[in-house]
Design a protein around this ligand. Structure first.
Ligand code: ADP
Length: 440
């Protein structure tokens, strides 16, 4: 069966979030890191078993021109794989500026696809992101009072998304209001057609709850392009099944059997991760990485590796972490500079990942968005098959690596995700355990 959905995500964790929701909706999904040089069949073992592909870009905060260029490359690649519908995924808080990148990218994709119009559905009601009369709410706050007005790269000072998007777009922007949505998918489709007839190319869609998402997915299922947050990804699989494009499936997140020992690498200093580190250390050994010692020479890294080797040989999972409380982070940053401190840690985590695989680690948990990026790139991971979620938004994944027979099982967690016992559960349970115990 051919690829039903080809998605282009504007950042890595957003891509995982979408892929996770697609799997939960019953689609077998692969996440790609950047636009591949090779065809999908060369990247995954079972290409005919894939329903959706999510290409992760880094296009949220770069120059609009570069975002458009990368997104069009991704689109061409996905079209080459036969994707039936294209999905441009951005953040549920519509992270962008007056220069872009949401408007320029979606207009360029529309143009390339020869499509008249698309829906804009950032809402994720399960996470408190809703849209009413085009205004985005985070919980009970309007977007510009939600804390997003202080975002370092994309501060959001306006909650009216029709206005926000119009400032970054060349063509008129419209609204599909809740009052129309409440009359069902047919009424929504008629409204979209009417707006398209008036030259509107992007339509901000109200969304209050899951039911609205389902209506929107049904109304938009035949559009060449849909855009939005990961919430829409939760509703699309059911719409595809209604079309007969997707078979009903219970185990879309099934992965290959896991082999090898387990290790955790953490470069996140978020509150959630610090608590997860503490919880792990109550039961298993851990080695604290010190950025200043790492910068002095190779010895500190060698010690960390020797520590890991010793415990792994004894059959115990280990944690190696640069995660530290604010005071220690500040000290490292004062000594090395903020950027270099980060680079030194990320480089060390990447080297450790490579060395740990050589030691027989087959299941690797990585905490921190940038840290996960560094590890994935050091290992040469290009594609991740998405499994069941361990905690909301964090799925098990598997990567096929050159020169390695069994797939590597990975859990990549961005800073604030996961419960306090996340690391413990990730080393003590296996992908598929939740399904087997009926908790998926
Ligand atoms: P999060 O997802 O929590 O933001 P990231 O990995 O994206 O985590 O970012 C954390 C950054 O902090 C990384 O660049 C990492 O290298 C850096 N870092 C981690 N530990 C330390 C430390 N002890 N001192 C200074 N910088 C650190």
């Amino acid at each position: 069966m051919a690829i039903v959905l080809g998605a282009i995500a504007d950042d890595f964790t957003g891509a995982t979030d979408l892929a996770n929701n697609l799997v939960r909706g019953g689609m077998r999904c692969v996440q790609l890191i950047g636009v591949p040089e090779r065809r999908l069949a060369a990247l995954v073992a079972d290409v005919e078993q894939i329903d959706a592909v999510v290409v992760a870009l880094k296009s949220r905060s770069c120059a609009a021109e570069a975002a458009v260029h990368d997104s069009l490359r991704a689109l061409e690649w996905l079209r080459g794989e036969g994707a039936r519908q294209c999905f441009f995924k951005y953040c549920s808080t519509f992270d962008s500026t007056d220069e872009g990148n949401i408007g320029p990218v979606s207009e360029a994709l529309l143009e390339r696809l020869g499509a008249p119009c698309t829906v804009m559905v950032p809402a994720f009601p399960l996470n408190g992101r809703t849209v009413y009369q085009g205004h985005l709410f985070v919980g009970d706050r309007l977007l510009h009072e939600s804390g997003m007005q202080h975002h370092p790269l994309t501060p959001m000072h306006d909650a009216d998304l029709v206005r926000v998007l119009a400032r970054q777009s060349r063509h008129p922007v419209g609204l599909l209001a809740w009052q129309t949505l409440a009359r069902g998918a047919e009424a929504a489709r008629e409204r979209l057609a009417e707006l398209a007839g008036r030259g509107v190319r992007q339509v901000i869609c109200d969304t209050l709850d899951e039911r609205d998402l389902a209506v929107l997915a049904e109304a938009a299922v035949e559009l060449p392009l849909v855009t939005g947050g990961s919430g829409l990804g939760q509703a699309l699989p059911a719409a595809y099944r209604c079309q007969g494009w997707l078979a009903a499936r219970r185990e879309a997140g099934a992965l290959a059997p896991v082999s090898g020992s387990a290790a955790v690498l953490s470069g996140s200093c978020s509150q959630a991760t610090l608590a997860q580190v503490d919880a792990f250390l109550t039961r298993y050994p851990g080695f604290p990485l010190d950025p200043i010692s790492l910068a002095e020479g190779p010895e500190h890294l060698a010690q960390a590796l020797a520590f890991a080797r010793r415990h792994l040989a004894g059959g115990r999972p280990v944690l190696i972490h640069a995660s530290a409380a604010a005071e220690r982070v500040r000290r490292a940053q004062q000594a090395l500079g903020r950027e270099r401190a980060g680079q030194v840690v990320e480089h060390a985590l990447g080297q450790l990942a490579v060395a740990l695989l050589e030691e027989g680690v087959g299941r690797l948990v990585v905490a921190g968005g940038e840290s996960a990026g560094a590890v994935v790139s050091a290992l040469g991971v290009r594609a991740l098959r998405i499994g069941e979620q361990i905690d909301p938004g964090v799925p098990w994944t598997q990567a096929t690596l050159d020169g390695r027979e069994a797939p590597l099982t990975l859990a990549l967690k961005s800073g604030n995700f996961g419960g306090e016992d996340f690391f413990l559960r990730a080393v003590e349970s296996l992908p598929g355990d939740a399904a087997r115990s009926g908790n998926a």
